[in-house]
Design a protein around this ligand. Structure first.
Ligand code: ATP
Ligand code: MG
Length: 431
């Protein structure tokens, strides 16, 4: 239908016959001349209709509403008065799909539409180049992640999303009727990627959906999110995991700056490549800092203390930082204990928000079973998982990172829902 996208047309192409297609962003009929501002995925192009030159086509324009899909064939004309110094004088135009009026929402950015309205009419919201840019950046981010993991000899795997047991606690499990059995939607690939550490694949990663029945309604939780997980075996300590992770982050930021700089500019986002190594601060140190600010921190950081820590770290010049050595009672059963209180686990935070959790896992069967029992879990429910620890399991570790959370924080989006095409939360199942 088209020979060129709008952005491929330039004043130097004056006199060339071209075909364009897209949405009518705007139409103005002024006596003897009319203009259509046509939008396609790359930008905008002006179609100019002098009544004297286009003849009957001029009357057709009355039928054209905003957002109607049209295609047009015409001659490129350099014109300093037109946007980008270029316009097309159409010889023919087809109305391909007429848009009803009024539109379900204004996506021009002139009116600040509520997120609710935008998500209800997402097909229209995504016509806003600024909204679309978020998803081009998300796409590029995932390409950057995959390239980095590939360069570091990881293989991409896919594990089941219908599972018999949860890995991250019973409170956020979604039950599913699975023939005659009880099943759940997977909260994370944790157990499966660990089982894979007992195989030849000692470096695996997965980018896939994770489901959590989050009861609270926050700007950073979804019921369905995309989890980027990796697991690596034959590690000396969780430092191996953190080191790979920080290199991955730097590599992804570089990838974004190289490949989606226009989109980042459009959103006014400047991504400084973070400096290596990232700051590491233990949980106890973080707690001390917060307590000096009269914050009452228990055994774990809540949203408020994460935020306050973010401010302290920002003052010291750190955007990304690891919080290490959490207390083992507040971490999952699969994490390795270090002493009576602490464990080998970390969070990666960015400007006061958790992006990822990870650590070294307990690979010793007896210790793992002991830890399960301590957390009131029944080892029988985890037989498929535990079996993999009985016949040779190397030391290993890994992490899980929420892709939407990452996009949200990097792009400074007020709500994580803006980083998902069709978000799922407690109150949203459609569209
Ligand atoms: P939080 O404390 O922020 O609720 P969590 O510690 O429960 O997260 P983890 O089990 O550590 O989450 O999951 C690893 C990562 O997955 C988190 O750091 C976060 O980026 C992402 N994540 C977890 N739950 C959600 C969710 N409901 N919506 C979006 N992302 C999530
Ligand atoms: Mg976590």
């Amino acid at each position: 239908m088209r020979t060129h996208y709008s952005a491929q047309l330039e004043p130097t192409m004056d006199g060339k016959l071209v075909k364009v297609a897209g949405w009518v962003n705007d139409i103005r009929i002024l006596g003897k001349i009319a203009f259509i501002n046509l939008r396609d995925r790359e930008g905008y192009i002006q179609l100019t209709f002098p009544k004297s030159k286009v003849g009957e086509l001029f009357d057709e324009l009355k039928k054209v509403t905003k957002e109607t899909v049209v295609s047009a064939e015409g001659i490129v004309k350099a014109n300093k008065e037109a946007p980008r110094g270029i316009e097309i004088i159409p010889q023919s135009m087809k109305i391909i799909s007429k848009a009803k009026a009024p539109l379900p929402m204004d996506f021009s950015g002139k009116i600040n539409s509520e997120l609710e309205t935008r998500l209800n009419a997402r097909f229209m919201d995504l016509r806003n180049p600024r909204v679309a840019a978020v998803f081009s950046i998300r796409d590029s981010l995932l390409t950057g992640v995959r390239e980095f993991m590939d360069d570091n000899d990881f293989i991409e795997v896919h594990t089941p999303k219908i599972v018999a047991t949860g890995a991250e606690g019973g409170a956020t499990l979604f039950p599913v009727k699975y023939f005659n059995e009880k099943a759940y939607l997977s909260q994370s690939p944790q157990l499966f990627k660990q089982v894979l550490m007992a195989t030849n694949f000692d470096r695996v990663y997965e980018i896939g959906p994770a489901f959590r029945a989050e009861k609270s309604d926050t700007t950073r939780h979804l019921s369905e999110f995309t989890s980027f997980d990796f697991e690596m075996a034959f590690i000396d300590s969780m430092e191996d995991v953190m080191s790979l992770m920080e290199q991955m982050i730097v590599s992804v930021v570089e990838h974004l700056n190289k490949n989606v700089s226009d989109e980042l500019d459009l959103l006014g986002i400047l991504l400084d490549p973070p400096k290596l190594p990232f700051k590491r601060i233990t949980f106890d140190e973080a707690r001390n800092l917060l307590e000096r600010k009269s914050m009452d921190v228990g055994e774990d950081l809540d949203t408020e203390s994460e935020k306050a820590l973010g401010e302290i770290m920002a003052k010291r010049g750190y955007d990304f930082y690891f919080i290490t050595e959490f207390h083992s009672d507040v971490r999952p059963f699969y994490i390795m204990e270090r002493d009576d209180v602490h464990c080998h686990s970390f969070d990666l935070d960015y400007r006061g928000s958790e992006l990822s959790s990870g650590g070294q896992r307990e690979h010793r069967y007896e210790h793992l079973v002991r830890r399960m029992k301590k957390q009131n879990l029944n080892p029988k429910d985890f037989e498929f998982y535990l079996n993999a620890f009985k016949y040779g399991m190397p030391p290993h570790g890994g992490m899980g990172l929420g892709v939407e959370r990452f996009v949200q924080k990097l792009l400074n989006l007020p709500n994580v829902r803006e980083a998902v095409l069709f978000p799922r939360d407690r109150y949203r199942l459609v569209p």
